[in-house]
Design a protein around this ligand. Structure first.
Ligand SMILES: Nc1ncnc2c1ncn2[C@@H]1O[C@H](COP(=O)(O)OP(=O)(O)OP(=O)(O)O)[C@@H](O)[C@H]1O
Ligand SMILES: [Mg+2]
Length: 321
């Protein structure tokens, strides 16, 4: 990995609910290098979006960050004042949300929406902001004359590219993309990911990329972190993680996806259901669904540990507990 741009240390995020305090993100730590594409994967509800929102401090009650540090170029952004954070957001790290299609304001033209973001964060005049917006549309292959249109006048794929163009508006050093293409058909999805990849090569930003689609993720990222029940359970290079998974949960995910090449294989999947976060067992959170448990797995809580160069897991089978 290149020099770290983002360093997340022991991030904990809780939701206060009527049924009790739910820790949706528990002691999550990982780094993203400058120019790196880091993927975050795992079953629905494992905490991926909660991590993404918390990094931008865009989490809303009942969520609150109960512990941890988030260092961006070495500075803890969790300590920034709200005012400093709102200047930082979009300019340093921007975000394409899970429901990006709905992120555009239906009653404003695209020109108004682009100019609003650009003028709020820079000293540009309206005319300069408009020029910048036209350039951004060209970057995502939309004709600049469309700036005067409203969101409903664009197709779903174009709206998605508009949201990506807004995320690029201030030349951020990092973009968080939470399921940026899930609602699109596979052809458009691929086109947009190729576009994002080309833009990343050109502008050099790093990406935190979240998706359910592991085969897409393997293709598009440098390293992948797998989450289970609020914890990061494995981090490995994308090329290795599905071919040689360490954690039994990653192994289960790997066997739930058909290989892109090679002979047909039986897809076995993962038995059981995701953990109820209100009923956390002692020891490993994956114990009830794991076929490889030993005594320690029912007694000792696990922490993500480096077990080889570039390979991290919290599984007791590898961390030597
Ligand atoms: N507003 C809320 N109140 C209470 N619990 C919440 C709230 N939002 C999320 N959670 C809980 O936090 C956990 C993590 O949710 P999160 O949305 O981060 O998951 P995710 O990994 O992004 O899932 P998906 O893949 O479905 O988008 C889940 O167990 C969820 O039930
Ligand atoms: Mg999510």
């Amino acid at each position: 990995m290149s020099e770290a741009q983002l360093q997340i240390r022991n991030l904990c995020v809780d939701y206060i609910t009527d049924a009790g305090d739910v820790r949706a993100v528990n002691n999550v730590s990982f780094d993203i290098g400058k120019g790196e594409v880091f993927g975050l994967a795992g079953e629905s509800g494992c905490g991926k979006s909660t991590v993404a929102f918390s990094l931008m401090r865009l989490h809303k009650p009942p969520a609150f960050i109960s512990d941890g540090e988030v260092l961006f170029n070495g500075e803890d952004i969790m300590k920034y004042s709200d005012e400093r954070m709102s200047r930082f957001r979009w300019k340093e790290i921007s975000m394409v949300f899970q429901s990006a299609m709905n992120a555009l304001n239906p009653v404003l033209t695209m020109e108004e929406q682009f100019c609003d973001v650009i003028m709020r964060h820079t000293n540009m005049t309206r005319e300069q902001a408009k020029r910048r917006a036209e350039g951004l549309l060209e970057i995502v292959d939309i004709h600049p004359s469309r700036l005067s249109d409203y969101p409903h006048q664009f197709s779903g794929g174009m709206r998605q590219r508009l949201v990506i163009a807004i995320a690029l508006a201030l030349n951020p050093k990092m973009i968080i993309m939470d399921e940026p293409t899930t609602a699109l058909d596979v052809v458009v999805q691929r086109e947009i990911l190729q576009k994002i990849h080309a833009l990343k090569e050109e502008f050099g930003f790093s990406i935190l990329f979240i998706t359910h689609d592991l085969s897409l993720m393997v293709e598009f990222t440098d390293r992948i972190g797998i989450m289970y029940a609020g914890q990061l359970i494995e981090v490995a290079p994308s090329k290795e993680i599905l071919k040689n998974p360490y954690h039994p949960y990653t192994e289960g995910l790997a066997s739930s996806f058909p290989p892109l090449t090679g002979p047909k294989t039986h897809l076995s999947g993962i038995p059981g259901n995701p953990l109820n976060l209100l009923e956390i067992p002692q020891g490993c959170r994956f114990q009830a669904r794991c076929g490889k448990t030993k005594d320690t797995c029912f007694k000792v809580a696990n922490t993500l540990t480096q077990v080889e160069p570039n390979r991290f897991t919290n599984c007791h089978l590898f961390t030597g507990k």
